[in-house]
Ligand binder design. Sequence first.
Ligand code: SAH
Length: 365
Amino acid sequence: MPAPGPSHQTPLAAELKRLIKLNGPISVADYMSACLSDPKHGYYARKDPLGPSGDFITAPEISQIFGELIGVWCVGVWESMGSPSSFVLAELGPGRGTLMADAIRASRIRPAFLESATIAMVEINEDLRRAQAASLRGYTSPTWVDHISDLPPGPLIVIANEFFDALPIRQFVKTEDGWAERMVGFDDTGALSFGLRRLPDAAEDRTDAGIGAVREDCASAKTIVKQLAERIAADGGAALIVDYGYRQPGFGDTLQALRQHQYDDPLAHPGEADLTAHVDFASLSAVASDNGAVVGPILDQATFLSRMEIEARAAMLAKSAGEDTRGAIATAVRRLTAPEEMGSQFKAMAFASHGVSLPAFDGVT
Ligand code: SAH
């Protein structure tokens, strides 16, 4: 008997191996989907991964300023839409609901904004839905949907932070024989392992990629952006996407696993580690403009936040804070904006219907 590999440890690993034995290796996208959304063992189906006791911390959990500035951004968009008396304010993958709560609090500068908004949360995790309800208690009672196609009708302002990086990617590797798809199977020790499947239509390769180059493709991100762009172009509105990501396609292998705040082998703990891939912003930007939306430039998170005047907001908070809190505010701002922290690894992208201006994105119309 071969020694059990590390991925024997989780129930999902056993399930995946059974399937691979039956049907052959699966794509990285199918592996990622199973790890994140398997109804029984998937990471986002099972537990609350966020915060100090979870596996990672996101920008809204670092500082209330992040969500507040996004709230101010939404108010600016709404005003430039002509302040419609009825619209949908939606968030994709709202986590604990912290961003939306902070955004709503900041939006109180324009009471008519909230009075006109139907708040909708796109969320598949039941525990997180409960956490979101708790965060928003006292502000609003949102509706929840599983998919953007189920959002209520009308003009739409949609925000998404660290949502697109959780969507499954396929990976392609350039070999001596052309492009091949990276697959997940298992090796002769019984551990899950990566392999390659030659692509039947790999003959024509117009890229100048060298042997070993990796490309990624996130079909579901493109589908979601297409649907959002079509809806926004037809009904009016805007979208703001903030995530780990890159501007130029062909960036390389970005699949990564995080478990208890540590990087993990993506194959080691299926269903028990967070799996992400960086977002290909150039592709999403092209999809949005091909489907009728007006797209702003892709900004570093630091640029977006500084144009939304993060320093002024931090100074205002610091004024009414004690010494300790002042230090914490400064640390949080640094984490969000310093290039070696989240400032340049994270990007912000926005698109809108014609005539709507996008605060911080050069007021594109
Ligand atoms: N935006 C939050 C949480 C990011 S974690 C923050 O910034 O803190 C990713 C979120 O997306 C979680 O709420 C997760 O449950 C949700 N999610 C992941 N895949 C999803 C899918 N396919 N459909 C809807 N929500 C999803």
